[in-house]
Write a protein that binds this ligand. Sequence first.
Ligand code: ATP
Ligand code: ZN
Length: 304
Amino acid sequence: MSPPAANAVRDRLRIAIQKSGRLGDPSRALLTACGLDWRESRDRLFCYGETLPVDLLLVRDDDIPGLLADGVCDLGIVGRNVLAEQAAERAQAGAPAVAAELRALGFGGCRLDIAVPEDWDWQGPEQLRGCRIASSYPQLLRRWLAGEGIDAEVVMLSGSVEIAPRLGQADAVCDLVSSGATLAANQLKPVLTLLRSEAVLAGPVRPFTDARAALMQTLLRRMDGVMRLRHSRLLLFQAERGAMARLIELLPDAEPPTVLQVDGADTLALQALCHGAMTWQRLEDLRHAGARGLMVLPVERTLA
Ligand code: ATP
Ligand code: ZN
């Protein structure tokens, strides 16, 4: 099945996600948790939405901002780094912004860092003056250099940026870093962070005026629900009446709890939706404060 024309008034929403790579699976998992599913097409580039009129385009992440700009897709899940680089490029060319960050999605976390050889005695950004810095993010790097008033040469590389200093192509790099292991393996150390990134939902700067407006509201509402519940758990326990006020103080991340009387006047049962991580340590602290029969349950769905 081939995708319909880009410019027609549309009654289906089209979302671009990374076909493979770091963001592919978590993007799909998020959309699936929002209740979407698709009939796969043979080429697996276009997947037709079954439960809602929301179709998927599976593409390279770098193509997503351009697909949004051209109106080929309506929404995209992409790293903030990719979106910001494209926005900086458009701003540089005097073109208006075409895509906005609608939601931060909490996965694909990384930083755009400047890294220098491990044996440099790092004194500060001034040290980059006159250097060659390799990066796949030339616009973000140039903008930062200009802001700092540093004159340096930007060496644009589309991949393998971290080996550029060893190959003599550059003195330093400006690259994505998560654990830092890749930098360390190339005898580099991060010294500055230009951007903190994660996967984001990118969409139109102006709202849709056709059927896509309602579809997008539905999707955003579901996505907010899924993300709110990501760390949420239902907490259940019993305690003596006298201990309850103190126990509730230990749950600052909880929705207003339901407290029921269990037997006679003195034992109460509490049920609360907690949004912070419910670690063993927290359970032990609650037990210490008088909670008994503690139980933590996953929450599949809520609807306010
Ligand atoms: P594609 O084939 O789609 O172009 P790619 O190789 O450009 O894939 P990935 O390496 O899968 O892309 O990275 C996709 C996104 O994952 C990045 O743009 C970034 O937002 C995020 N990311 C998280 N951690 C890292 C990391 N350590 N290195 C690179 N990207 C990271
Ligand atoms: Zn890419």
